[in-house]
Design a protein around this ligand. Structure first.
Ligand code: NI
Length: 204
């Protein structure tokens, strides 16, 4: 890591990291919490930049540190106009450090999920419709907000990774598993029809 001596800024050299795929043991580890001191180090800040860059390059809605072989409790989420999820409400770039999720209410919904660590496979997972999210941001400032709808599902998916859980573990009906091609062909229309009123009710 290079340090710019005058400004105190760090040179922005971002690196695309390799994404672990299903079957690699790192995806089954429980990530460890990050201390405030550790978070403030240039090494950890550069790592977070890499996490974001790798997520964007892979066009994911989220990426957990553990998916790039660093078992620490950090994940990134961002949903812009993503061709993979055109129906999904937007999530501005969010970094969660040591996140905790608490469901609000009993409502659940069936989300069609995929994962950068499970290439070309999607499946239906039951998620809480509303969750209370507490975490630090990348500067160790407290975050405290409520996530609703499909976005709530995205948060649950990412935080699961920090406990070594992948979405496949939560697929209760394996007949819903499909490739992207078959999702587009056979599932997408029905899913959008089913999820649209849910999105309308909960927003992003
Ligand atoms: Ni994932």
């Amino acid at each position: 890591m290079l340090r710019a001596p005058v400004t105190g800024c760090y040179t922005q050299v971002m690196t695309l990291r390799k994404i672990a795929t299903i079957g690699h043991p790192v995806l089954r580890r429980r990530a460890r919490a990050v201390t405030r001191e550790e978070l403030e180090t240039p090494t950890m800040q550069a790592f977070i930049d890499d996490l974001v860059e790798t997520m964007r390059d892979a066009r994911g809605a989220g990426l957990a540190a553990i998916q790039i072989y660093e078992p620490v409790r950090i994940c990134a989420l961002e949903v812009e106009a993503n061709p993979r999820y055109p129906y999904a409400p937007r999530i501005p770039l969010t970094i969660l450090v040591n996140p905790k999720l608490e469901p609000i209410g009993d409502e659940r919904f069936d989300n069609y999920e995929g994962c950068l660590s499970v290439p070309n496979l999607r499946g239906v997972v039951s998620r809480h419709a509303v969750v209370h999210v507490t975490a630090w941001d990348r500067n160790a400032q407290p975050l405290d907000f409520v996530a609703r709808g499909i976005s709530a599902g995205t948060y649950q998916h990412e935080v699961d990774h920090l406990d070594g859980v992948v979405f496949l573990d939560r697929v209760t009906d394996p007949t819903t598993l499909c490739t992207w091609e078959h999702f587009d062909h056979y599932q997408r229309e029905a899913f959008i029809e089913r999820i649209t009123p849910f999105i309308a009710r909960h927003g992003g």
